[in-house]
Design a protein around this ligand. Structure first.
Ligand code: BES
Ligand code: MG
Ligand code: ZN
Length: 495
């Protein structure tokens, strides 16, 4: 969908549908007053009758209005005017555009002259994320239509320039989120660790300020990524470590932030095999990797002034005669030994190596994103990801970015007391606890491998995947993390 910014009038623009904002309660705002007059008071009548109430996500179509060139006017419910916020704009835009798309419209216009940059961004995010579909593998989709152009109308050239700038940034963020969704929705037979590495190399090939390095199995063995290799040894797919580097224009003065993503392209559980239903969604166990990779794509376009390194540990977790066994001990990258008592707690193993490796970059902060536990789904459901870490300032910055983007975070405690349950009898640490506080135990385990930098761990087990769709979060992959991390990086400070 192309997004254009034009100087123009909603009443006379030639499009298949125009959007008109409406609010709960009977009052009209400036735009809807103008449209109301051009439709001989139809909007007021609908509001009085109660056929259209302006409730959030409600959309009603008016036809054949004499004073309007477009054949359809879509009344977009935004809820109560006093409670208008960025999230209501995202949800309302998504619902309205979905309805307009279902009608077969190709072009649609909105009037946005007084909208703030954040509001325009919310509109674009709602539009693009709401219209997302993953139908690559359905062969009978040619009858479906999609909206080809969204025109944002403004009053004059200076507004046009201002809105245009916001739109390009918002588009980059939305496209990044959709890229993460596409990667996460790919079945495991279509996206192997090697495919993930190829995606990263493609990104670097098409973006000047991105560099990509792939460490293959041989190099990983040489460098001592034994925990990652242990997870990979059960299956035929070669594991790898993806290192994507973004450098701003004047890198000498800038700080480094490392983003780490869990990239398990399929998690069967290994010998501690999952149930049939338990592994049905496990193609998406690389959602953290997808979010990290997509965030690098976004920042290569909006270019914040800091160095960002994305590290992705990519492998499958499979059972076989060569698979690692409960009771095995491995030595991680940083030298600490791990007793593996459950091969299904594999995410923390691959992250242990990468967190050790991250130290080499002398980062100001390291943030990992991982579909680490089912326990975080039990604790928080899908509307917040769990965050924990070693540096409150870093955690707070991420929480603030989460509020702004509505990719919300909820902090869980990492008291030292939790360490007791992962003490091993024969190694430095074991990879499972006593079955309580599952999400926290995941964090407590990772903390052992963090050395010399501020660290936050985000468990996206619930937030990455939606069983039931809503306005701009359709069923399946949500692309969670791209908007959050982008915002966090753009606002990052250490003082
Ligand atoms: N990838 C899973 C976690 C997961 C499960 C994410 C369901 C999203 C939905 C992870 O590798 C895993 O299997 N974790 C185990 C840990 C346990 C063995 C300590 C879990 O949560 O059951
Ligand atoms: Mg697992
Ligand atoms: Zn997993």
């Amino acid at each position: 969908m192309k997004i254009s910014v034009q100087i123009g009038d909603l009443r006379t623009i030639e499009v298949d549908a125009i959007c008109c904002p409406t609010f709960e309660g009977k009052e009209l705002d400036d735009i809807s007053k103008i449209i109301d007059r051009s439709t001989n008071g139809q909007i007021s009548r609908l509001l009085t009758l109660g056929d259209h109430t302006g409730k959030i996500k409600q959309s009603t179509i008016l036809y054949n209005s004499e004073g309007i060139t477009s054949s359809r006017v879509c009344l977009v419910g935004l809820g109560k005017l006093k409670q208008l916020n960025l999230e209501s704009i995202r949800q309302a835009t998504a619902s309205a555009l979905r309805k307009i798309q279902e009608l077969g419209c190709k072009t649609v216009a909105c009037f946005v002259p007084e909208a703030s940059a954040d509001q325009v961004q919310a509109l674009i995010i709602g539009a693009k994320l709401g219209l997302y579909q993953f139908n690559q593998y359905q062969t009978n989709t040619d009858t479906e239509t999609s909206i080809e152009e969204l025109c944002l109308l403004v009053n004059n050239e200076s507004e046009r320039e201002r809105v245009e700038k916001t739109v390009r940034k918002a588009e980059a963020i939305a496209d990044g989120t959709l890229f993460a969704r596409d990667l996460t929705n790919q079945p495991a037979n279509r996206l192997t660790p090697t495919d993930l590495a190829n995606e990263a190399q493609n990104l670097a090939a098409t973006n000047d300020c991105l560099e990509c390095q792939i460490f293959d199995q041989v190099e990983l063995a040489k460098k001592g990524f034994n925990a990652l290799l242990g997870v990979a040894q059960g299956g035929p797919q070669e594991p790898n470590l993806i290192q994507l580097t973004y450098k701003p224009e004047s890198p000498s003065k800038t700080e480094t932030v490392v983003l780490v993503g869990k990239g398990i392209t399929f998690d069967s559980g290994g010998l501690s095999l999952k149930s049939g239903t338990g592994m049905m969604t496990m193609k998406s166990d690389m959602a953290g990797a997808a979010a990290v990779m997509a965030t690098l794509q976004v920042i290569s376009q909006i270019r914040p002034n800091l160095t960002v390194i994305g590290l992705i540990a990519a492998t499958e977790n499979m059972p076989s005669g060569t698979a690692q066994k409960p009771g095995d001990v491995v030595k991680s990258f940083g030298g600490k030994t791990i007793e593996i008592l459950n091969t299904d707690a594999e995410g923390r193993l691959v992250l242990a190596d990468v967190l050790g490796y991250a130290k080499n970059f002398e980062p100001k902060a390291v943030v990992d994103l991982a579909t680490l536990t089912g326990a975080v789904v039990t604790a928080l459901g899908r509307y917040a990801a769990g965050i924990m870490g070693t540096n409150q300032q870093l955690i707070d910055q991420l929480i603030v970015a989460g509020e702004a983007t509505h990719e919300r975070l909820w902090q869980l405690p990492l008291f030292d007391d939790y360490d007791d349950s992962i003490k091993s009898d024969i190694a430095d640490v074991k990879n499972i606890g006593d079955g309580t506080a599952g999400a926290i135990i995941g964090g407590a385990f990772l903390k052992h491998f963090v050395d010399g930098y501020a660290w936050a761990h985000i468990d996206i087990g619930g937030a990455s995947d939606y069983q039931k769709g809503s306005a701009y979060l359709p069923k399946s992959a949500s692309g969670y993390g791209v908007r959050l991390l982008t915002r966090f990086l753009c606002d990052f400070t250490t003082d």
